[in-house]
Design a protein around this ligand. Structure first.
Ligand SMILES: Nc1ncnc2c1ncn2[C@@H]1O[C@H](COP(=O)(O)OP(=O)(O)OP(=O)(O)O)[C@@H](O)[C@H]1O
Ligand SMILES: [Mg+2]
Length: 503
């Protein structure tokens, strides 16, 4: 039989053409070692750092360590489903989450898969988990307030849209409470922010309770909950905050306002430490790997206010850190304090003495929010901070039981009432006009004669009185944002009138 060279070259040509295209996609390796949520894979030399890998039984993994002989990766599922020698496929994709409007109102896991039993999320868009934060030129200064609805915070530690404000304190001091109240308070805000609550390493029951509260308050209409529970593998906890941030960035770049809460980053750091140690990265201080600072800085740098050319969106971050015995000088707390634009410091002794929210006014600060505070609030709150500082200094002194002069006694009495006035229950965020009115009354001596135990009743009755009898003044206070002389006279008249009938 004669051999036809054209035929053979044609076959070889088609084989060569088909060759290069398919190799990249089908690149396969095999599992060398697996355990503790970590797998070492041989034979995928071209894998990228951060790339998703497919293991058998639907388990996904992510490449973290690129080594000479193999790659180390973390598993987002049970390691019991993977065994030595199993085939591993590259996906060619950097780890990403689904994003888009369809996510709103849903509860998802760290990979963006729904866990609320409400069916699939219909979205085709996705974003990589880890991106480089927007640069200086893409940003604009923070000028718009993010109202938390918590008097003590909005008055003294104001937060601006695009800011990063840390909520820090021991366990059970009301950290989550402030975050949840902030989400609830966004309901009627202008240009309402989309809220994302990222729960890292919490009990399922706690997260379920939070979701229930948000639902009851009607806040799930604009909220997304990303949950990586305490029982989930550490890699899920590790990526959850990035997933939350990426979901938020879709709205950010669409020019919207976004609020992301990371509850909490201490557990996030611990999860990262766990997988770093298992990947045999060298341990440093408190056994955290050397790049644990970068872990949080690259996350929090992604909070920003974008410039007009970029749509003017904003992403505000409220990370939470849990301290041990009020020790803010431990490794992770100091790291996160230095990355953020200020902190709300909650103290357990204040909390247990009934001062709730347990904000330590002296140690809390907001470094950029002042520029975003409304003028009306600014004008009343300056005085408040001063009064509180003087009161705290005097109160420490008065503990010795020494005789105090009249003016000091007056200051003490004022301070006691202001402390009462700043107390606030959970799930009752206050509008700006209510806050301004209450603080105006407190700092201008209208509450001085009210017995301290009656101050909270005074406050609730004042709101009701003002809103029924002086609705116009209240509206003006909310809309105007500045207290001019005319408005001032109206407020004073209102407060005097109320004082006359308060018993
Ligand atoms: N302003 C408040 N008034 C009354 N109770 C409050 C207030 N804030 C929080 N609490 C209560 O205090 C408890 C602890 O609050 P929360 O769970 O927010 O604290 P946490 O610091 O997030 O705790 P954990 O460390 O467990 O996460 C809860 O039972 C909550 O209902
Ligand atoms: Mg909490």
């Amino acid at each position: 039989m004669a051999i036809r060279p054209e035929e053979i070259t044609a076959v070889i040509k088609t084989q060569i053409e088909g060759f290069s295209g398919s190799t990249e996609l089908k690149e396969e390796g095999s599992v060398l070692q697996v355990g503790d949520g970590i797998a070492r894979v041989y034979g995928i030399e071209n894998a990228m750092s951060g790339e998703l890998l497919e293991f058998p039984n639907g388990v996904m993994g992510m490449v973290l360590n690129l080594e000479k002989e193999n790659v180390g990766c973390v598993l987002f599922g049970s390691d019991a489903l993977v065994k030595e020698g199993d085939a591993v496929r590259r996906t060619g994709k950097i780890a990403q989450v689904p994003v888009g409007d369809a996510m709103i109102g849903r509860v998802v896991d760290a990979l963006g898969r729904p866990i609320d039993g409400k069916g699939v999320i219909k979205t085709t868009k996705s974003r990589p988990l880890d991106i480089v934060a927007p640069g200086v030129m893409e940003r604009a200064p923070v000028v718009e307030p993010l109202q938390t609805g918590v008097k003590a915070v909005d008055a003294m530690i104001p937060i601006g849209r695009g800011q990063r404000e840390l909520i820090i304190g021991d366990r059970q001091t009301g950290k989550t409470a402030i975050a949840i109240d902030t989400i609830i308070n966004q309901k009627n805000q202008p240009n309402r922010p989309i809220c994302i609550y990222v729960a890292v390493g919490q009990k399922q029951s706690t997260v379920a309770a939070v979701v229930q509260k948000l639902q009851d308050a009607g806040a799930m209409d604009y909220t997304i909950v990303v949950s990586a529970g305490a029982s989930e593998p550490a890699p899920m906890l590790y990526i959850a905050p990035y997933a939350g941030c990426s979901i938020g960035e879709e709205f950010l770049w669409a020019g919207k306002a976004v609020l992301v809460i990371y509850d909490d980053l201490s557990k996030h750091a611990a999860a990262y430490r766990q997988l770093s140690l298992l990947l045999r990265r060298p341990p440093g201080r408190e056994a955290y790997p050397g790049d644990v600072f970068y872990l949080h800085s690259r996350l929090l740098e992604r909070a920003c206010k974008l410039s007009k050319e970029n749509g003017g969106g904003s992403l505000t971050a409220l990370p939470i850190i849990e301290t041990q015995a009020n020790d803010v000088s431990a490794f992770i707390p100091t790291n996160v304090i230095s990355i953020t634009d200020g902190q709300i410091y909650l103290e357990s002794n204040l909390f247990y003495s009934g001062i709730r929210p347990a904000v330590n006014v002296g140690l809390s600060v907001s470094r950029v929010g002042g520029a975003a505070q409304t003028k009306a609030m600014k004008s009343v709150a300056g005085r408040l901070r001063l009064d509180m500082a003087q009161y705290n200094a005097l109160a420490a002194f008065a503990q010795f039981g020494s005789e105090l002069d009249a003016s000091s006694q007056k200051q003490l009495a004022r301070g006691e009432r202001l402390v009462e006035l700043l107390k606030q229950g959970q799930y009752v965020p206050l509008s700006v006009e209510r806050q301004v009115l209450a603080i105006y009354a407190g700092t201008n001596g209208f509450v001085d004669e009210v017995p301290a135990k009656d101050v909270r009743r005074y406050e609730t009755e004042l709101y009701a009185y003002a809103e029924t009898r002086h609705a116009a003044t209240m509206k003006e206070l909310g809309d105007k944002k500045v207290i001019d002389d005319a408005l001032k006279t109206k407020i004073e008249a209102l407060l005097k009138e109320f004082k006359g009938q308060f018993k």
